[in-house]
Design a protein around this ligand. Sequence first.
Ligand code: MLT
Length: 210
Amino acid sequence: MTPSTISPSFAHVYEPATDAAAGTLLLLHGTGGNEHDLLPLGKAIAPGAGLLSPRGKVLEHGMPRFFRRLAEGIFDEEDLRRRAVELADFVRAAVEHYGFDAKRLTAVGYSNGANIASAMMLLQPGVLPGAVLFRAMVPLVPDPLPSLDARVLISNGRVDPIVSPQETERLAALLRRAGAAVDLKLQSAGHQLTNADLTAARDWLASTSR
Ligand code: MLT
């Protein structure tokens, strides 16, 4: 039975796939973004894919985020855990409601959106079979680690003032220890995305959908 509403609810955009083989992207914006921000990016890296794009519910000085932080790069772990479960529940409810294939769902997150995506993978294994993480850091280290059957592309910036290359390596190592197949790209870039990120994501998504 299709529920008439999605619970838990998030303000969101859903655009169904025009090419079923392209799957669906879960678009997760950065701090201060909204559900419209990453739609053009989603269309550019996976033409024809369905797009599910929620808006984070936490407001930091009016700027939407997916979980609270105490300072730059210092996360409120209790809030992060709660929000990751809530977003995973939203995703499961959206799969039921809109009827897309959960096995062909790939999260595409930028910065805070990438961090909630990897937190969801680590805390709610199974909900995200794939993820493209742009400018991502370690969100938390669960103990015990889950056992993941997931593919991940991390595309971070070599000169990012917020995420160091060491932090990028730490995230890749954590996800690999949990069993994920991780591809890592360090772009000649800072925290902002560049065309090289989009090309890397498009090529990676095309190679994983074969
Ligand atoms: C951000 O500005 O969004 C941070 O660098 C990442 C985060 O807080 O999750």
